[in-house]
Design a protein around this ligand. Structure first.
Ligand code: ZN
Ligand code: ZN
Length: 373
């Protein structure tokens, strides 16, 4: 494509007010700066963080959200060397690229994680590539704002993927699926003989299950109140799926099933009382991975003495502690080998049905909605 102007027109889902709805409108997208990429979106996942931001987590308005984009590179900036027009790509989270964590290949703990993903602006100069009728529209959400037919991403968070994978389904590998799978593979690193309890069977928890099964961990227990999700967990290889509302004490059930306790637990709920259950069922010396987003005033539901005596480690994990440039291709390789069927978690919707897709995620009828363009 040859560009004769400095911007192109795109259709985007704009959020004008807390609570929504999203409205599909025409916007202008500026051409990429030297370290940026213009991507034509093919599919984009809906993640819990999009819903949280719609409902008041502080982002500037109006804004284009969306942070699980997959598409085709249309144009690259002058300094971009690892991508070219026509490349299929997945967009992941943004990071500064030069803090202590970024230098050490752990961009998920970037010191600038919040501003580089939630400020609605470029970190470098506070500008935005998006506008409507000459007025700024906030963008660069997770370095992409991919609820739009075209997005500007940074080369740094744009990951080239193999052409043989189904591109329209790959977007969630950039956030939700990476979060669950990375927690298992990058952070907790269970071995086949270990046991793992996963609290919460949504997209993130079930991605943790898929990852554990991909590395041959057999004893995986999923705790989830929604019966359809429990059934899916069993189909995807959970040893047991436990209903936390069936009147039994969850810790007792898990200890019985696991023979006394689990080596690892993952909380994908962010609910302090559930994290307490995870701590209680973890064996001495074990680790509890914390990946659910807790309430702002949430406290650890254990005393320091409890933790000291049990020797349980609490491990907060964001974005699966993944470097997306290597971890996303790794997950795709597992998928193509038939060992990581993340597509089982996905329900597709046309892009125009973004509000319906979010509603489906909220009421639990879709685990991972993906909007298709
Ligand atoms: Zn950084
Ligand atoms: Zn996300």
């Amino acid at each position: 494509m040859t560009f004769t102007t400095t911007a192109i027109t795109a259709k985007a889902a704009l959020l004008h007010a807390v609570g929504g709805p999203f409205r599909i409108e025409r916007i202008e997208v500026a051409l990429p700066r030297e370290d940026e990429v213009l991507v034509r979106m093919v599919g984009v996942g809906v993640c819990h963080t999009d819903i949280v931001c719609r409902d008041g987590f502080p982002v500037p308005l109006p804004i284009v959200l969306g942070h699980e984009g997959a598409g085709i590179v249309e144009a690259v900036g002058a300094r971009v060397t690892h991508l070219r027009p026509g490349d299929p790509v997945v967009l992941s989270f943004n990071s500064c690229g030069h803090c202590h964590s970024c230098e050490k290949d752990h961009p998920a703990t970037c010191a600038q994680f919040i501003p580089s993903n939630f400020a609605g602006r470029r970190l470098a100069d506070g500008s935005t590539p998006l506008s409507k009728d000459g007025a700024d529209v906030n963008g660069m959400f997770f370095g992409q704002s991919s609820f739009a037919t075209y997005a500007i991403a940074r080369a740094l968070n744009t990951v080239k993927v193999p052409g043989k994978a189904p591109l329209h389904l790959l977007g969630p590998l950039g956030c939700g699926i990476q979060t669950g799978a990375g927690a298992v593979i990058n952070s907790l690193k269970p071995t086949p003989g270990d046991s793992l309890a996963i609290f919460g069977g949504g997209a993130v928890g079930l991605s943790a299950l898929l990852a554990a099964r991909a590395i041959d961990v057999d004893k995986v227990f999923v705790v989830e109140p929604n019966p359809e999700r429990r059934a899916l967990a069993l189909e995807l290889g959970a040893a047991e799926a436990i209903d936390p509302r069936d009147g039994r004490v969850v810790e007792d059930v898990l200890k019985e099933l696991s023979g006394g306790g689990v080596s690892f637990a993952i909380d994908a709920t962010g609910i302090p009382a559930v994290i307490g259950q995870a701590i209680n069922v973890t064996l001495p010396g074990g680790t509890v991975g914390l990946i659910g987003v807790p309430p702002p005033d949430g406290q650890i539901p254990a005393t320091l003495l409890d933790l000291l005596v049990k020797g349980v480690t609490l491990r907060p994990i964001t974005e699966g502690d993944a470097n997306p440039q290597t971890f996303i291709p790794y997950m795709i390789d597992l998928y193509l080998a038939g060992r990581f069927p993340f597509d089982r978690l996905i329900t597709t919707f046309p892009f125009e049905q973004i509000n319906e897709a979010m509603h489906a995620a909220e009421k639990g009828s879709a685990i991972k909605p993906v909007l298709v363009f």
